[in-house]
Design a binder for this molecule. Sequence first.
Ligand SMILES: [Zn+2]
Length: 74
Amino acid sequence: MISFSDQELADLPVATIGQETDCPNCGGRHVLKGGLDKNGKETAQLLFYKCGETPYFGGFLGRLIPSLVAHQES
Ligand SMILES: [Zn+2]
């Protein structure tokens, strides 16, 4: 598991379920989906998107992961 300090996490852009994010793989955009919690409810604790049939890690705790942030700023 990747770990970040609270401050690093707070500096990342907010990511929400249903939000589109740039895809570093194909250059397109994909919708972020949440993982399911123990009750089967979609949650932003872990976020991912699919490029084709392959799921990619997109964020966690409601924040975009840094690799996607760097891509969006370029
Ligand atoms: Zn893609």
